[in-house]
Ligand binder design. Structure first.
Ligand code: SF4
Length: 625
């Protein structure tokens, strides 16, 4: 047996009940790191473009990185990957909590689930022992109730990942919830688990996570934790373009951060090994009709922005909507866009209340939103149409409904804080997001813009000096609202993002002023696994991971035409803006070493990354030259 830090790969065939285990080969670990890299490569090798996401041939991969559950800062992350029922392409998302750490402590880093059970089941992993158990009594229950029942039955220390009614009913943007508050939101795995009749995976793990070089690892952990803490503290201090400014920008006073904090009861639902002051604040509603409601992430801009955009205008109601979404197991980034789409269609007379089962929306009234979420999750009436997403729903509604669809690669994008997602002067917060192979509009760069802050200057970023200069210019003159250097910024942060998701740590310490970048990550990786990898080699692995991510969607026929900004729903495209985008895309593809006119990786580029099998496959299929 090879000695390195990777746990085993667990392969579960739900049709036959066959459960097998295999070791991770060191070479596979070096090349694909873990987490996202393992998930994407396994999906590429096993699930081709002809596989229906809801057919037995689709797989779901739950993959830790080598650093998950080890004590590395913010090292509690797991990537979930499958073929997405909404986009029919790659579905990939990242979750925290303790579930991944428990999996590692039970001896595994990866679970591959394949085929379909003939009745509802759940998987119980108990320190190396794995069983497929009957879940008849859990089917029909929401994800949080399922969590409670399984913990009661198996012990409170058991970590549970479960689907709700949306997953059971094959809603195309359903998700799996773990540890009560955490989700790999945008990957579509909830519906795929539902199609496999897999209600939950419960994990109990008590073994140690043993670094190959303990002294070097613990020293790297100590230093990295100090940096993460310092970077995080600097981030929240006021500065010219600090996070605080972003948080408050565009938000109504009644939804502002100071209002949010009035409900705070402190940090909760923190991921394993995290030492950051993250959005996982817990809030308690003390009065009114939602008194007693406890919810996490109460200061999360995405939660508030998404529900506020469909007319829910007070914080307790927003958290109620989030609670219901999590229980039903539905991705609110998609469901709120679906509801916003229906609201626009109603407003412009494309559909009438007869089409919505009588549901009409009023600003400040969350009841219709809650009702619609429930209908979607149960596929009742209009909910059956909306459960398939806006692109398919528009085809059913006909008339001009397609003009109102705002998707990228088949995925609805989230609604960020108004005014913060697309800035006419070229804000680099979100506008680059449509190159994300998964679809939607979020990307790795969304917090990596040049934010000069006297509390933590770019000099302190864990990033090669030459790269800093090329991307940000000379400190402190760098400006967030410019296009200069941003194509390179996108490439570099996409690669780093892939590394982070591969290693099993969280994106936030990377985004938050690059407290952990290639240097610290390579020290942690090398010491934990004993497989030496310098910062440059690690970034090259990130490039490889991003290319396999892209290759998956290229095999499905996606090209440059799919990297576009959908603009505002129901509005004509902004020609001047699109012209700028095109010039910027040329620069980006060039930097990536891809074919500029088509926006796809070249044969040579894939070969240079050691992805010979992928290069040959794409050429044979006529997808690349
Ligand atoms: S920063 Fe937040 S999301 Fe990231 S690991 Fe920590 S608690 Fe989890």
């Amino acid at each position: 047996m090879e000695v390195h830090g990777y746990g085993k790969i667990l392969d579960i065939d739900l049709s036959s009940g066959r459960i097998t285990e295999r070791e991770v080969a060191a070479e596979f670990g070096r090349r694909f790191l873990g987490g996202r890299g393992f998930g994407h490569k396994l999906l590429y090798d096993e699930v081709g473009p002809d596989v229906d996401p809801y057919s037995p041939e689709n797989i779901v991969v739950f993959a830790n990185g080598p650093l998950t559950g080890t004590g590395a800062p913010c090292g509690g992350r797991t990537e979930v990957t499958t073929r997405h029922p909404l986009s029919q392409s790659i579905g990939t998302g990242n979750t925290g909590g303790v579930w991944g750490a428990r999996l590692k402590h039970a001896g595994f880093d990866v679970i591959v689930v394949r085929n379909q059970a003939d009745r509802p089941v759940y998987v119980f992993i108990d320190d190396g022992k794995v069983e497929i158990r009957d879940a008849g009594q859990l089917w029909g229950k929401d994800a949080r109730v399922t969590n409670d029942i399984l913990q009661q039955e198996l012990s409170t220390g058991t970590a549970v990942m479960a689907i709700g009614q949306a997953g059971e009913n094959l809603v195309r943007y359903a998700l799996a919830l773990n540890d009560y508050y955490h989700v790999a939101g945008r990957c579509g795995a909830g519906g795929v688990m539902g199609s496999k009749k897999l209600k939950a995976i419960a994990v109990r793990g008590s073994g140690p996570a043993l670094p190959v070089r303990p002294e070097a690892f613990h020293q790297a952990v100590r230093e990295a934790r100090e940096r993460v803490k310092a970077g995080d503290e600097a981030n929240w201090k006021p500065g010219p373009t600090s996070m605080k400014v972003f948080m408050d920008r565009g938000a109504k006073p009644e939804l502002s951060r100071s209002e949010q904090l009035k409900y705070s009861i402190g940090k909760g639902a923190i991921c394993y090994g995290c030492n950051m002051n993250c959005y996982n604040d817990m809030g308690l509603v003390r009065e009114g009709k939602y008194a007693g409601l406890k919810e996490s992430n109460i200061t999360r801009t995405m939660v508030i922005g998404n529900f506020a955009s469909v007319g829910v205008d007070n914080l307790p109601a927003i958290w109620k909507c989030k609670d219901v979404s999590q229980r039903l197991g539905i991705d609110y980034a998609s469901s709120t866009r679906v509801i916003a789409f229906v609201q626009k269609l109603l407003q412009d007379g494309i559909i009438t209340p007869r089409d919505t089962d009588g549901i009409v929306f009023r600003q400040g009234d969350e009841e219709p939103v809650l009702k619609m979420l429930d209908k979607i999750a149960r596929r009742e009436g209009i909910g059956d149409i909306l459960a398939d997403g806006t692109e398919r729903a528009a085809k059913v509604f006909g008339k001009e409904a397609e003009k109102y669809v705002r998707t990228v690669k088949g995925m609805e994008g989230g609604a960020a804080v108004p005014g913060a997602d697309r800035n006419p002067e070229g804000s680099n917060w979100w506008f680059l997001g449509f190159t994300n192979p998964r679809g939607d509009i979020t990307t790795s760069t969304h917090w990596s813009a040049a934010q000069y802050n006297p509390n933590w200057t770019i000099d302190e970023y864990d990033m090669p000096a030459e790269m800093k200069r090329k991307i940000y210019g000379e400190c402190p003159e760098q400006v967030a609202f410019t296009w200069d250097g941003k194509a390179l910024m996108l490439k570099w942060f996409e690669d780093l993002h892939a590394v982070v998701a591969g290693l099993g740590v969280c994106f936030f310490p990377t985004h938050m002023r690059l407290a952990m970048g290639p240097d610290y990550l390579s020290r942690l990786y090398s010491a934990y696994t004993g497989l030496d990898m310098g910062p440059g080699e690690l970034m090259e692995a990130g490039d490889r991971l991003h290319n396999i991510f892209k290759a998956y969607v290229v095999r499905h026929g996606l090209t440059r035409k799919d990297d576009f900004d959908p603009g505002e729903s129901g509005q004509a495209p902004d020609k001047a803006y699109n012209h700028k985008i095109n010039a910027w895309l040329d620069e980006y593809y060039e930097l990536r070493g891809w074919d500029v006119p088509t926006g796809v990786p070249t044969f040579e580029k894939l070969k240079s990354l050691g992805l010979d099998d992928v290069a040959e496959d794409l050429r044979r299929r006529g997808r690349i030259l």
